[in-house]
Design a protein around this ligand. Structure first.
Ligand SMILES: Nc1ncnc2c1ncn2[C@@H]1O[C@H](COP(=O)(O)OP(=O)(O)OP(=O)(O)O)[C@@H](O)[C@H]1O
Ligand SMILES: [Mg+2]
Length: 510
């Protein structure tokens, strides 16, 4: 048996009344990809954050390459060769990729200097070696999410990390980008690095990890070899009981058209059209799935429908009335709910607690305020009830929501968005970052909305999710809908081809 490169023993971390890490033992080896699994709120990010010096443990010890280590800051961790790639990247938007990577090494540098040119070469060589491609000289804000992640990874490598931690790295990636990432992780593994990652995607874990640790409610409950386990056993370990992942039963519904979009044209941030002659219809009691590779206009479509973005030409008719201008207020008032792509950026206010976040869209209604004064006691009990019903795990109702685990943030957002029975729900990647149980919960909710006559526009890159839930699947490519398939006849392969822009496939006429 090999000596572990990372060993954590009896690690305890409390946040107020919550014990996020309860006597946790964990070990990982050099030259392996180690997956850390667990439900939302199980304590995965907390444990990894202690290893990377973001949090300090209340008790326990950490050994790095067999030596007791004192990790009290990210700097301590970096000196020990530990680097972490967080889910929310920590890059400076206005600086270039290369500048972000060398940031902190020198108090000032200028772009054309010899020093910078050498660094740039070094960075490119690292990227080359580990299969991490990105435009080195472009400012971060011009890079795609996948590229930004590569910058973060190169940054840890550049600083000499040989223990690399990635917190849910694939939840923001397209399937193709995820494949590339795993290729990179394999190169790291071959180079003798220790790779530790958290994820909720069981298929990825089975395909790419060597060993697996499972956490449940703050405790480490199992360490397994990947080839000795399977998805079912992992799900059981995480949740603590058998879970049946059932296929949703559905009855066909015949609703009136709720949302009709005709020939919509929307300008993109970079000039060309983000939406181009786009037409679609959502009926009452119908879930319409939108499949497509990110960046083909899905974001813009969701933004137009929820009043966040204007359009150039085309027609939107909602609930029988034409929509004249883009207005978030009007969209909310007419009964359109929105679960956005990036919940911390545009869905929730991180520093506020659950009550404020739940009231965000409806505080002006009679139910919640009177003569401009909020009905405080009533709103609290209303929030309490939603938190309970949606099973949001939060220490207190007023705990800033940025302290909740990713999954619990998403549940809170959903609670708000369905609390006033929307007519139309526009959901973008609604189960991103959710554990198996919570994802099933969201799926049930969407089916309930459908059952009660609401329309749902489900934008997702997860084909399994789309195939399971959608009455019809539309395929979006380059700003238009280029294909459609109903629930019965939906075919993975055909849809996959259309996602790549190949439209003339037999039996899938538009
Ligand atoms: N800064 C903090 N302050 C208070 N509580 C926190 C803080 N960070 C985490 N917690 C709590 O600790 C517990 C573990 O959270 P953690 O983020 O580690 O879970 P996780 O396993 O990473 O979940 P997810 O899969 O949803 O990301 C949760 O109950 C969370 O609310
Ligand atoms: Mg987490």
């Amino acid at each position: 048996m090999q000596d572990p490169s990372v060993e954590m023993r009896g690690i305890v971390k409390k946040f107020g009344a919550v014990t996020a890490s309860d006597q946790v033992d964990f070990s990982a080896n050099a030259g392996e990809i180690h997956a850390l699994l667990g439900e939302n709120g199980a304590g995965k990010s907390t444990v990894m954050s202690m290893l990377s010096g973001v949090y300090r443990a209340d008790a326990g010890e950490i050994l790095i390459h067999g030596q007791p280590a004192r990790i009290r800051s990210p700097k301590d961790a970096a000196l020990l060769g530990i680097g972490m790639v967080f889910q929310n990247f920590r890059l400076v938007q206005s600086l270039t990729a290369a500048e972000n990577i060398v940031l902190g090494e020198k108090s000032s540098f200028w772009r054309g200097s010899k020093w910078m040119r050498n660094k740039r070469e070094e960075i490119e060589a690292l990227g080359e070696r580990f299969g991490l491609k990105f435009p080195v000289d472009r400012p971060i804000w011009q890079l795609s999410v996948g590229e930004q992640q590569r910058v973060e990874i190169v940054k840890t490598l550049y600083r000499g990390a040989d223990i690399i931690i990635l917190d849910e790295p694939t939840s923001v990636l397209t399937p193709g980008e995820a494949e590339q990432l795993f290729a990179t992780l394999r190169v790291m593994k071959q180079a003798g690095k220790t790779v530790i990652m958290t994820t909720h995607k069981m298929k990825e874990v089975m395909a790419s990890s060597d060993r697996i640790s499972v956490m449940r409610k703050g405790k480490m409950i199992a360490a397994l070899k990947t080839h000795e386990t399977d998805e079912l056993e992992l799900a059981r370990l995480m949740v603590g009981r058998e879970i049946a992942i059932s296929r949703q039963e559905r009855e066909a519904t015949e609703g009136a058209p709720l949302l009709v979009v005709r020939n919509l044209e929307v300008a993109a941030d970079h000039g060309r059209n983000a939406l181009d002659a786009l037409s679609l219809t959502v009926h009452e009691g119908e879930i319409v799935g939108v499949a497509g590779v990110a960046g083909n206009g899905q974001k813009e479509l969701a933004e137009v429908l929820t009043g966040l973005r204007t359009w150039r030409t085309g027609e939107i008719i909602f609930d029988g009335s034409p929509v004249k201008t883009a207005s978030v207020r009007a969209a909310i008032d007419s009964g359109i709910s929105h679960v956005p792509e990036n919940r911390m950026k545009s869905g929730l206010a991180g520093r506020l607690g659950s009550v404020d976040n739940l009231l965000f869209k409806s505080y002006r209604s009679e139910e919640h305020s009177r003569f401009g004064f909020l009905k405080a006691a009533r709103n609290r009990s209303w929030s309490q009830e939603l938190v309970r019903r949606f099973n949001v795990k939060t220490p207190e109702l007023d705990t800033p929501v940025q302290q909740l685990s990713g999954g619990n943030q998403q549940k809170l957002l959903f609670a708000r968005e369905v609390s006033h029975q929307p007519k139309l729900m526009v959901a973008v990647h609604p189960t991103q970052g959710l554990d198996v149980g919570a994802a099933a919960g969201v799926h049930e909710l969407l089916m309930e909305l459908r059952g009660s006559g609401s329309g749902v526009l489900l934008i997702s890159e997860d084909l399994d999710e789309l195939l399971q839930l959608s009455d019809r699947i539309l395929v979006m490519y380059s700003g238009s809908i280029i294909g459609e398939s109903d629930h019965e006849h939906a075919d993975r392969e055909v849809i996959g081809l259309m996602m790549a822009g190949i439209r003339s496939v037999e039996g899938s006429a538009v």
